[in-house]
Design a protein. Structure first.
Length: 133
């Protein structure tokens, strides 16, 4: 019952990912000319790179946090924070990162690991539910 409750909360949540912003050469002016409220997501030449945590067994996980307060100080100093809907996180993990095992929520506290199989099952269930409505 606690797992179902946790999964329902995750589905509704926006999770925070620490990432570094990488700007391709020649696109620096695009970033420098941003105004408050502009989105970096659609900018050509701008990429968001998530940290990958590597476990002792070699599995690779993208860390997400329920709030910025759950992040260690190193992330606050070295990374930007981006927040995403859970469905966007599933898609990112399944499509963009071929070499990762899955995601880990709050990796330095009460961690919750979701491998790609679980993410795909959840995404399929979300899509099925949305198609029924």
């Amino acid at each position: 019952e606690n797992l179902v409750e946790l999964l329902n909360k995750i589905l509704k949540a926006r999770l925070v990912v620490p990432c570094q912003i990488r700007v391709e050469p020649g696109y620096e002016d695009v970033v420098n000319n941003l105004k408050k409220g502009d989105s970096l997501h659609e900018l050509e030449g701008v990429h968001f790179v998530s940290e990958i945590l590597v476990a002792s067994n070699g599995t690779r996980w993208i860390p997400y946090f329920t709030t910025g307060l759950m992040m260690p100080k190193k992330y606050l100093a070295e990374y930007s924070k981006m927040d995403y809907k859970f469905t966007d996180i599933c898609n990112q993990a399944l499509l963009d990162n071929k070499d990762i095992t899955g995601i880990v929520i709050n990796p330095y506290n009460e961690s919750f690991y979701m491998d790609k199989t679980m993410l795909k099952l959840m995404l399929d269930a979300i899509n099925e539910k949305n198609n029924e409505e």
